[in-house]
Design a protein around this ligand. Structure first.
Ligand code: MRU
Length: 370
């Protein structure tokens, strides 16, 4: 079952609540902008591409809800046509959703893309009748355009994940020197839950496993929210992949032991020069990989590349609640009350540490030009 989808009647979004995994598989339905905002902010839906897919459907649901609005008069000094009002309201809701998390570019990208689809329909209607200033495409036409764009985002993500998985698998098999299982280390979760179907960083592993290639995966637990422990091991175990959970500070030992032939990570935003924002701790893993001479791959769809960010210094980094470090997941607080915490959710890996960036378009090596 899809873990992010539009409801049957189109007025809400249904998601698998990732914040409860692996202990509970619960689907929740979200109808209001506030519920949708909260779902992104609290990581009920998470992972850059999945947030983008969710945002597309959220906008589609909110647009559908506007069908019940009475169109306002399009003449006699009204401040706008009903198309204008629709676009204004949807833009405001989109901006609100965008403000829920700043780092993953896919969120803003998806909201802007579905709004653009509606704007195209609005202009088409106006151009069809240039003598009338206030001609409307109509709320249904605009809402349908948003809905179609949302479905397209989801379908394209599936195709992109498939292509990324194939490119990543080809790359790792090309470097293979023995018939031993291929050792991969991964950080955070960039599997199907974070995307659709194969995922990005886990894509080559899941695709290769289907084709009989044996992998041995080491999953960093990924403090503080434990996406590696809770989600990556959950997905790989389900798929029958040999997976070992390690604490983040054990990656060096695992690499030193010669158990890792490549590192695969996802990405939340890639700057034009290849600097990559991903889950906090990723840059440390890249530095370790460089030290041990292990190739370090970033895998992600081209929608995660932000040409408006020249370098990683331009990527906004989300800071989250200190209590995620101090007490979440613990029976009792594990730090003194009131202790100062620094909780950035992402870090930027310098492009010089990245062996290649794998998108659906192929394997990009330095110097990066996408
Ligand atoms: O805070 P999260 O769980 O949304 O962070 C997710 C990551 O950092 C993933 O590695 C990234 O989004 C890539 S998902 C394909």
């Amino acid at each position: 079952m899809e873990h992010v989808r539009l409801s049957e009647n189109g007025s809400s979004v249904i998601i698998l609540d990732q914040s409860l995994l692996p202990n509970e598989e619960k689907y929740i339905e979200l109808s209001t902008p506030e519920e949708m905002f909260e779902a992104i902010q609290k990581l009920r839906v998470r992972g850059a591409p999945a947030i983008g897919i969710f945002a597309g459907y959220a906008m589609a649901a909110l647009a559908h809800q506007m069908l019940k609005y009475k169109p306002i008069s399009s003449c006699c000094g009204a401040s706008g046509t009903s198309d204008d009002v629709f676009m204004q309201e949807m833009t405001e809701k989109g901006e609100y959703l965008k403000s829920s998390r700043p780092t993953a570019v896919n969120l803003a990208w998806a909201v802007d893309r579905v709004l653009h689809a509606a704007r195209v329909e609005m202009h088409r209607a106006r151009q069809a009748d240039p003598n009338r200033l206030n001609v409307n495409a109509g709320t249904k036409v605009l809402a349908d355009a948003i809905r179609e764009a949302a479905f397209a985002i989801h379908e394209e993500d599936k195709a992109m994940c498939q292509a990324i998985a194939q490119h990543g698998l080809d790359e790792v098999l090309k470097n293979r020197t023995s018939g031993e299982p291929v050792g991969i280390l991964t950080h955070c979760n960039a599997g199907p839950l974070a995307t659709s179907e194969y995922g990005t960083a886990l894509g080559p592993i899941l695709l290769g496993t289907e084709q009989g290639v044996q992998f041995r995966v080491f999953a960093d637990e990924t403090r503080p929210l434990l996406q590696g422990a809770r989600l990556t091991t959950y997905e790989l175990q389900k798929a029958g992949v040999d997976v070992t959970l390690i604490c983040d500070n054990m990656a060096s030992t695992v690499m030193k032991n010669g158990w890792v032939q490549a590192v695969f990570v996802g990405c939340d935003r890639v700057a034009a020069n290849g600097d990559t924002a991903n889950k906090i701790g990723t840059s440390g893993v890249a530095i370790l990989a460089k030290h041990y001479g292990i190739p370090f791959y970033v895998l992600g769809p081209s929608s995660t590349i932000d040409s408006n960010c020249p370098t990683g210094a331009d990527i906004p980094i989300e800071e989250r609640d200190p209590d995620e470090i101090r007490e979440k997941f613990y029976e009792q607080p594990m730090a003194p009350e009131g202790v100062r915490c620094f909780n950035p959710s992402f870090d930027v890996t310098d492009h010089e540490l990245i062996t290649a960036i794998i998108t659906e378009k192929g394997v990009f090596r330095p110097p990066y030009s996408f």
